[in-house]
Design a protein around this ligand. Structure first.
Ligand SMILES: *Cc1c(COP(=O)(O)O)cnc(C)c1O
Length: 368
């Protein structure tokens, strides 16, 4: 008899756990028929801003747009440079290139794999206007050092919080630290829509007003047919907002479950699997369960044989992607070394203790 497979992320299970709430919200949107804008979007924006312990939230089409709109709203453009960690999903750099600026890739701390504040300080040049603090894997970057550093150099600190809904660092929530933060509600994120979605969170009313305008065809609040500047269409769908608003009250308990899953991994993993380092000031929401292994091919073969899902985030660092080769002016040793060793184990709020133990058993059986 073979044991059931263990999915990398059980999206159907997560959806099923909120099915009743979703049905109510879904039916109400279908009945009123206002599929773009409307009270669901406003409600979710208010609730999500509050969750992030910040003032304003603008729902947008996806996380990449959120980052791009923040940079555009700040007036970042051609001739400007934005510091981005090499260890990130390509979207962080895509947003920079989309506004016509240049990403300047910097290295990460070898234990937490977060952007290295010393590397940021060393990379600041005359054209640097912003730094993107990407909160990787559910843990926040060291904002206690990045905030004063950005202030000292007159840089805008933009948070890429796409993997960190609800995370904290020294008691500050992700999304409440920088000039603005971009969130993604891609289905696999800690707070996921039933499709694409994103949000900008900020305390800067002027910036928020501009982002809202840019994301809605540059339309003026003074009149629907008045377009003050060239914008685009990047709105959060009403249905997705309703779904997200129904799921948001569960996020705290889901993140807590992710924390206990990670704790169990930490207790039962064999010495050949080293869990990602945690900064003592950070409270991670464990978007991914990252471990470092010596022999990744052998390990993943064993997981495959036992029908345990896994991932690698990411096998090729952003600055080594062909699409960004022109910006990769130097080697980033910590980023490149981590890329060869990292492995993402099954993680999620529906993962059971038995499943965690089974994953650990499989990993313990991998011969060195
Ligand atoms: C998912 C993600 C994004 C982009 O979000 P989308 O909604 O997929 O556009 C940006 N940055 C990071 C770090 C991400 O993980």
């Amino acid at each position: 008899m073979t044991a059931d497979s263990i999915p990398f992320l059980d999206i159907p299970g997560i959806t099923e756990s909120v099915r009743d709430e979703l049905d109510v919200r879904w039916k109400s949107v279908l009945a009123h028929g206002r599929f773009v804008g409307g009270p669901e979007v406003e409600d979710f924006e208010a609730h999500f801003a509050e969750y992030c312990e910040n003032q304003f939230c603008v729902g947008v089409a996806n996380g990449t747009d959120a980052l791009e709109l923040i940079l555009a709203g700040l007036g970042v453009g051609p001739g400007d440079e934005v510091i981005v960690p090499g260890n990130t999903f390509v979207a962080s750099a895509e947003a920079v290139v989309a506004v016509g600026a240049r990403p300047r890739f910097v290295d990460i701390l070898p234990d937490t794999l977060q952007i290295d504040p010393d590397a940021v300080a060393a990379a600041v040049g005359p054209q640097t206007v912003a730094v993107m603090a990407v909160h990787m894997f559910g843990q926040m970057a060291d904002v206690e050092r990045l905030v004063p550093l950005a202030e000292r150099h007159g840089l805008a600190l933009v948070e890429d919080a796409a993997q960190a809904h609800g995370a904290r660092f020294a008691d500050r929530r992700a999304g409440s630290v920088g000039v603005a933060a971009g969130f993604s509600f891609y289905p696999g994120k800690n707070l996921g829509a039933l499709g694409d979605g994103g949000a900008v969170v900020s305390s800067d009313a002027t910036l928020v007003a501009r982002i809202r305008r840019l994301a809605n065809h540059g339309r003026s609040v003074a009149g629907r047919c008045l377009h003050e500047e060239r914008g685009r269409n990047s709105r959060l769908d009403t249905l997705q907002a309703a779904i997200l608003d129904a799921k948001l009250p569960r996020l705290g308990e889901q993140n807590a479950r992710r924390r206990s899953v990670m704790e169990r991994y930490r207790q039962h993993l064999p010495p050949t699997c080293t869990p990602l380092g945690q900064d003592a000031r950070a409270e991670s929401v464990h978007h991914l369960a990252i471990v470092e292994v010596e022999d990744r091919d052998r390990t993943t073969a064993a997981l495959d044989a036992a029908r345990v899902g896994w991932g690698v985030h990411y096998p090729t660092p952003c600055h080594r992607q062909p699409a960004f080769a022109e910006f990769a002016d130097e080697a980033l040793p910590a980023t490149e070394c981590a890329a060869t060793r990292i492995l993402s184990l099954p993680m999620g709020p529906t993962l059971t203790d038995d499943q965690v133990d089974r994953v650990c058993d499989v990993l313990s059986g991998v011969i060195r």
